[in-house]
Each structure stands twice: as C-alpha cells, then as structure tokens.
Design a protein around this ligand. Structure first.
Ligand code: NDP
Length: 249
C-alpha cells in the first residue's frame, strides 16, 4: 500500500540531484505536489520524468517575496501541504581567508535564510500533522577544507529541526533533518573534469564504509520515512544517510 497516497509535497530544488530523488521517492509512494527551481529547462525535464501529479514552479527561494506564491499555487492546485522539503542549497565558498562578504551573504541566504523563510511562508498553507524535512550535510559534523561556512550554515539547519518541532508542537507538525554524505548529483559532478568522472567517483567510493557514494534516491527513501507515519515518534531528529562517512571513517 502507498504510504503517502495523495499527500501534497513541496520540494525546493526538486529539479535536480537530491531534490529530484526526493520528489521521485515521494511520488513512488503516492504523493503529489510541486518542485521548485529557477532553471526552466531542468524543471521541464524533471516534470517529464515525474509524470502526472507534479507541477513545476519557477522561483528563486532567496527572494523572500516570491516564497508565498509557491505555496499559494500548490495549495490552489492540490489542497493544503503535508510535506515540505526546503532542499535547495549549495556548497563550499573556500577558506575563511578568501571568503568575501558577498560570498558569505550568498551562501547564508541560500542555505539558511531561504530555508527559514520557506518554512515560515509555508506554515499557513500546511496541514496540521504535516512533516518538514530539512536537508543538512555531514559537513556539519566533520571538518572539510573550504567547507567552513557551509558547515556552519548546515549546523544551523540541523538546529532548525529541533526548534521548529518545538515551535510547532501544537500543530503536530514534525521537523526532522536528513544528513546526506557525498551524493552523486550535478552539484558534486560539476567539480570533476569530464575525463576523470569515473576515477574520481571511485576515489570517493573507496573511503565510504558502504563502498559507494550516495544516490539521490537513497536520500529520497529516507524522506519517505520522515514524511510518513512510520516516523511519527521522531521530532527534531537527525537521520544520517551517508554510507557511514560521518562517524565510521
Ligand atoms: P544540485 O545543485 O544538484 O541541486 C540544487 C537544487 O537547488 C537545484 O534544483 C537548483 O535549481 C536549486 N536551487 C539552487 N539555488 C536556488 C534558488 N536560489 N532558488 C530556487 N532553487 C534553487 O545540488 P544537490 O542535489 O547536490 O544538493 C541538494 C541539497 O543537498 C543541498 O541543500 C545540499 O547542500 C545538500 N547536500 C548535498 C550533498 C551532495 O553530496 N550532493 C551532500 C550533503 C548535502 P535551479 O538551479 O533551477 O535554481
């Protein structure tokens, strides 16, 4: 039986990588809803992949004024929202010594401010008993060169799961956070020279205790769990989906 039949989901960054993997997994359990991104081409190709039951919304989540349109459009089409996944995010800006103020603002606006206000603007469009699934990173638990600011932003996102669950107790909306390890997405691949893709992925896989890097659908399956009644006893929790990278290496 489908665990999420007709549940309404909004996934920011659902037109690529982990967000698309989450949308596919939620849909495979019967969810409908919206994926959000800025690139119309990848929105269109992702919608084609997802098939019926999903719409694409072109919006920049760092523009707080645009956020309400996402939830108004989704709820007009499908009804109130049950599952919110503020997944849009991006990684490293470099070492502390070479980070500019503009880099800082850009990274924090996307990875923290946009997540916070996405949740805030969604709330009046959400059903009580809904699920908020945040996306952290194992870079918040381990030190990686050039990931200092990103790790700090994701540490704050991990805290948000606790704070939001507490704030939203009266509405029985649970917030939890998935901690992905290295996952095979366009964001990961864009730093690898085209002729070295297989070799570099193998190098990464060699240090992951599970013997491979993550796939977006691995994160998607964890999102299904956190969206469903199966996780009804989890509030403010961190779910590591990292092949053992965070604590076993
Ligand atoms: P991708 O670059 O593949 O996808 C990022 C998505 O976010 C795209 O769909 C992009 O769409 C969207 N996005 C980016 N900026 C904006 C914006 N301003 N407004 C709306 N949408 C935006 O990245 P991943 O799938 O790898 O990352 C997804 C999440 O997972 C991020 O939060 C990332 O930090 C986290 N993560 C990733 C890991 C990995 O190894 N890949 C590891 C740990 C965490 P568009 O360009 O169309 O706007």
């Amino acid at each position: 039986m489908s665990k999420l039949k007709n549940k309404v989901a909004v996934i920011t960054g659902g037109n690529s990588g982990i967000g698309l993997g989450i949308a596919e997994a939620l849909k495979s359990e019967g969810a409908v809803g919206a994926i959000v991104g800025r690139n119309q081409e990848t929105l269109d190709s992702s919608l084609k992949l997802l098939g019926d039951g999903f719409i694409g919304i072109n919006a920049d989540v760092t523009n707080v004024e645009e956020l309400e349109r996402i939830f108004k459009t989704t709820s007009e089409k499908f009804g109130k929202i049950d599952i919110l996944v503020p997944n849009a995010g991006a990684g490293a800006v470099g070492t502390v010594a070479n980070t500019t103020e503009a880099d800082y603002d850009q990274l924090m606006n996307l990875n923290l401010k946009a997540v916070y206000f996405t949740v805030q603007k969604a709330l009046s469009y959400m059903n009580d008993g809904g699920s908020i699934i945040l996306i952290g990173s194992n870079a918040a638990h381990r030190a990686y060169a050039s990931f200092t600011l990103y790790g700090a932003a994701k540490s704050a996102v991990i805290y948000l799961a606790k704070g939001l669950s507490s704030d939203l107790l009266d509405r029985k909306i649970r917030a939890n956070v998935i901690i992905p390890g290295t996952t095979d997405t366009p964001a990961f691949n864009k730093f690898i020279p085209a002729d070295q893709v297989d070799a570099v992925k193998q190098q990464f896989a060699d240090v992951v205790p599970a013997g491979r890097i993550g796939k977006p659908f691995d994160i998607g399956k964890a999102a299904v769990f956190l969206a469903s009644e199966d996780s009804s006893f989890m509030l403010g929790a961190e779910l590591l989906v990292d092949g053992g990278m965070t604590y076993l290496v």
